[in-house]
Design a protein around this ligand. Structure first.
Ligand SMILES: [Fe+2]
Length: 533
């Protein structure tokens, strides 16, 4: 065994037996900002997995289920199972499949007992249409969503999905339900990942994530990157530069099927909760957007009082998760904001002490890429999240890792959330390596808003060391740690007040943390507003 492996195993064993000793706690902060120097040898060239790779090829026949995945409902007693039957079509003459032709049935039971229960769901197909000369249209296989109910907490189940009348049932898969919601009841490990794509770096991220055995996966937007392709399957690392003359921003929807096939091994047994990113917009004919995203995944929208696939909430043990949409209206007068007010007001912190919010583009990122792009959303929503005492915010979008000190309105605040950006899942676009606070890198403010998000709110800072300026001239005090490497994070909530957050770089052994911190709640010092919960 080479010395490097001995060293790695030694470090690994330290991490395992450390038991948290030496890991900093947020209550010891705020911490001096840290920038890990760029390790060019680990930047990697993110190459998309081609359609010839067995990882993404169809391996089933007829109407056998494929692309099987799980997602949670709002509480431990219910889980969604999703899958696809039949083949997609792409070309000029496509005929959508009839979703009624294949039933949506899940047979299930507790592990070690018989599979004697059955749930029936619904099915749909979607089309991605580009009515322009020379472009190809797409229509999906039949997408099935079935909700299982009446499940016991923290219990291993087995299931098969498909249509028994067609002898088209899947193999047996397994999943464990979430623990019951309560202040002393938490899933062991929640993986958080963003901007995955489908490259050989993605497989490294997903392999590392799987080997850390998460009970649940949060995908903070930007999944397949099908919109980095023309409808003829030609790809680009920079769509807008390479294909600027096309009549519409095309996509190659089979990349979604490849993504679903690749991910099945993991997400047919570990639930994944997804929120939309800009790569899911995928505009098509009649100004339709987000059609693949809204069709392929199941969301607990209805169960959480939302009428939209773009925002919803759910509980995982004593954690209440809020998933927000950055690419639809977030204004105070809009439906999403009103839903958010209602949802926050209904959270009982005696039952779910932890409140975690997730959306795609970060409010607090110090990289030049997408710098202050979501400022209008921050201006509109930050007060509400702060008032209700959100503990942690997870974002993606910026292709790097960053963790903030507790912050509110750009000011260090012991009662503000910790903001964590994990847009470093490994997609084919370039990694973010440039910081807005480096000389000559501060963007021109007028260039920063995202066109699709609308509005301009990114004015100069009015207080603090950068008052009167658009950027700091050093790493801002609200940025605690930043590094440009691919990886994923693991959240381990230990009790009502302590959660261990660790970030795992792809170049390390899976159980080594590139960054680790105990996020500590202080409900006595920072009492959340009393709710009706
Ligand atoms: Fe993004």
């Amino acid at each position: 065994m080479g010395s490097i492996w001995v060293t790695l195993l030694f470090i690994s064993s330290i991490m395992v037996v450390d038991g948290g000793v030496g890991i900093p706690r947020t209550i010891d902060g705020p911490f001096k900002p840290v920038t890990v120097p760029l390790d060019k040898s680990f930047r990697g060239h993110a190459v998309d997995i081609p359609d010839t790779d067995p990882l993404v090829q169809r391996t089933v026949q007829g109407f056998q289920p494929e692309q099987i995945s799980l997602s949670l409902s709002t509480s431990h007693d219910s889980v969604w199972v999703s899958w696809i039957t039949g083949e997609f079509q792409i070309g000029e003459n496509i005929e959508p499949l009839d979703p009624e032709k294949v039933a949506s049935i899940v047979k299930y039971g507790r592990f070690g007992r018989s599979i004697n229960r059955q749930a029936v769901g619904y099915s749909l197909v979607y089309s991605q249409l580009y009515p322009f000369e020379g472009l190809q249209n797409y229509t999906s296989g039949i997408i099935h969503h079935v909700r299982l109910t009446g499940l016991r907490a923290n219990t291993l189940y087995q299931y098969q999905c498909g249509d028994p009348s067609l002898s088209a049932m899947s193999d047996i898969h397994y999943f464990r339900t979430m623990p019951v919601s309560g202040p002393k009841s938490y899933p062991s490990r929640i993986a958080v990942v963003g901007d995955l794509g489908l490259t050989y770096n993605t497989t490294s991220t997903v392999d590392h994530m799987a080997i850390n055995h998460p009970d649940l996966i949060l995908l903070v937007g930007d999944a397949s990157y099908a919109n980095m392709y023309l409808t003829n399957g030609t790809s680009s690392d920079c769509y807008s530069c390479s294909f600027s003359n096309t009549p519409i921003h095309e996509t190659y929807q089979p990349r979604w099927d490849y993504w679903g096939r690749y991910m099945e091994t993991l997400i047919s047994s570990v639930p994944i909760m997804v929120v939309e990113g800009n790569h899911e917009i995928e505009a098509q004919a009649e100004n339709k957007t987000f059609v693949a995203y809204s069709s392929r995944f199941a969301f607990p929208s209805e169960e959480s009082g939302s009428s939209s696939t773009f925002y919803y909430s759910f509980n995982a043990g004593g954690i209440h998760f809020i998933m927000l949409g950055a690419y639809i209206s977030y204004n105070k007068s809009g439906d999403q904001y009103k839903w958010l007010e209602r949802d926050l007001a209904s959270v009982d912190r005696e039952v779910t002490p932890w409140l975690v919010a997730t959306w795609h583009p970060p409010w607090y990122s110090t990289y030049k890429s997408h710098y202050r792009e979501a400022e209008c959303m921050r201006v509109e929503m930050e007060d509400l999240l702060y008032t209700y005492g959100v503990d942690i915010v997870f974002n993606g979008h910026v292709h790097a890792y960053e963790r903030s000190n507790r912050v509110y309105n750009y000011t260090l605040d012991p009662c503000g959330p910790v903001y964590i950006t994990v847009g470093d899942g490994g997609n084919r676009e370039k990694m973010a390596i440039t910081h807005a606070d480096e000389p000559g890198n501060c963007p021109e403010p007028s260039t920063t808003p995202d066109d699709f998000m609308g509005g301009f709110c990114a004015f100069n800072f009015t207080s603090g060391p950068a008052a009167g300026k658009f950027c700091w001239d050093q790493q801002p005090d609200y940025s605690a740690f930043r590094e440009s490497s691919f990886g994923h994070g693991i959240l381990e909530v230990k009790n009502e007040t302590h959660a261990l957050w660790s970030w795992h770089r792809n170049q390390d052994m899976y159980d080594i943390a590139g960054d680790a911190i105990y996020i500590v709640r202080q409900p006595d010092k920072c009492p959340p507003v009393k709710t009706e919960g």
